[in-house]
Design a protein around this ligand. Structure first.
Ligand code: ACO
Length: 403
């Protein structure tokens, strides 16, 4: 790893690295990816073990505090998060200013940013207690806001959070309960969504996390920073890929059309990449994709949808692509988004909300990274340089003399 700052200070030379392919923007102790081995660790623990042994709340505790909680710490933490899950009643009116068919991500960018206007203590980021409180509020209120976005789109009344339910069960209830019928918690489905949340919780310096850090480096309040992260996540090359991936699978329509579609992707005539394939860092299998495929099996089995045509098309895409030199030579394997759309769809989540679920999961990672950045003595305002390719110095000609 070259210390570019020393190089710059001693020689005045800059590095040119569009897309930050070879630039470490910070040091971090939160998550680690070995892209060649297909390994992801949170605070040193392999993602496979966390997905099997822990729930999302334990994972949140781990990411934010550095260690897994014991039973007592866990119970207190879960109670604390549940206590902060309500949003201010005024927030309902804020939602009502939007069109009913607004994309949930636009609702989330706005409403999460708006939380800062309710919590003035969040503006003082120099106080560690205020930072803890903001972290807790963000984690606790995010499911409420995501569910409110869904209900607003659906034209249904908002469902208030319940403190006696586990985080993910409470979220599913806020999504699916109606005045006519309460939501009956299904442990298999709650566990499946919980696993989606664990798998998406953090992923070192991806685009949205880097956005949160960059916004936070100016001293902006945490709600505004997370809102910036949500905006970045929205794009199809990042968190929007799960929505795009499911749309692609639906567009293909049947197993026998897969080979032709994959060929068209390679020829460039499909007008799209193979959505849910490829990753900037993983140049081997994305370990989250493997776990997501397992979860897909479990959920479809539970719901009696074992012969789900979309899942069959997805499996066929994977089979065809992984036998094709185009994908193998470029190290393009399924990423986490490839199967998550099918699981979420089976859970009853509309595709327009997939990226919102990703935002819900990633909030803990964004907060952990933001907190780490604020307390890092090396932290300075993020301010990349550029390679100027415009005009050299010239003089202004008065308008009357311009040709
Ligand atoms: N389908 C077909 N070809 C692809 C794909 C794909 N999904 N991804 C990359 N390629 C090809 C490119 O055309 C390029 O080919 P070339 O060398 O012949 O020009 C080569 O692979 C390298 O592609 P880059 O764009 O340089 O790879 P990069 O690392 O910048 O992009 C990315 C990574 C954005 C994820 C890309 O693979 C992609 O667009 N995938 C589809 C979208 C997607 O699934 N995004 C989710 C990412 S995971 C996440 O956000 C949680």
């Amino acid at each position: 790893c070259i210390d570019i700052r020393t190089l710059y200070n001693t020689t005045g030379k800059l590095s040119y690295d569009p897309g930050f392919l070879a630039t470490a923007s910070c040091s971090s102790a939160i998550s680690y990816i070995d892209g060649d081995k297909g390994e992801l660790l949170y605070r040193g623990y392999p993602i496979e073990q966390l997905a099997k042994e822990c729930n999302f709340m334990e994972t949140c505790y781990l990411l934010l505090k550095g260690e897994l909680p014991n039973k007592e710490q866990y119970d207190e933490y879960v109670r604390n998060v549940a206590n902060y899950s309500m949003v201010h009643e005024q927030m309902q009116f804020f939602f009502r200013g939007f069109r009913r068919d607004s994309h949930p991500m636009s609702l989330l960018v706005a409403t999460v940013g708006a939380l800062s206007s309710f919590y003035h203590d969040s503006l003082d980021i120099s106080d560690p207690e205020h930072r803890e409180l903001s972290a807790l509020r963000l984690l606790a209120k995010m499911p409420t806001l995501v569910a409110m976005s869904y209900k607003y789109n659906a034209g249904q009344p908002f469902v208030y959070p319940r403190k006696d339910l586990y985080y993910t069960a409470n979220f599913m209830r806020m999504m699916f309960a109606t005045p006519a019928e309460d939501y009956k918690v299904n442990d298999v489905l709650v566990r499946a969504l919980d696993r989606i949340l664990i798998l998406h919780a953090d992923h070192e310096q991806n685009a949205s996390t880097s956005t949160v850090r960059l916004a936070g480096s100016s001293g902006a309040n945490p709600f505004a920073c997370i809102s910036a992260g949500i905006a970045c996540l929205w794009g199809p090359a990042h968190g929007g890929a799960n929505e795009a991936s499911l749309a692609m699978i639906k567009k293909i329509g049947s197993v026998d059309k897969v080979a032709g579609f994959v060929k068209a992707v390679k020829d460039g005539t499909a007008g799209t990449r193979l959505m849910g394939f490829g990753h900037r860092v993983y140049k081997n299998f994305d370990p989250r994709a493997t776990l997501m495929r397992e979860t897909c099996h479990e959920v479809l089995e539970e719901l009696g949808l074992k012969d789900d045509p979309l899942f069959k098309i997805a499996l066929e895409i994977e089979r065809v692509a992984l036998e094709d030199d185009y994908f193998l030579s470029r190290k393009l394997y399924p990423n986490v988004d490839f199967y998550s759309g099918i699981v979420q769809s089976a859970l009853g989540i509309p595709s327009s909300l997939f990226t919102g679920i990703f935002a819900l999961a990633r909030t803990v990672g964004w907060i952990a990274q933001w907190k780490e950045m604020i307390s890092d003595p090396e932290q300075r305002i993020g301010r990349p340089r550029q390679l100027y390719v415009g005009e050299t110095r010239r003089d202004v000609v008065p308008m009357s003399k311009r040709g």
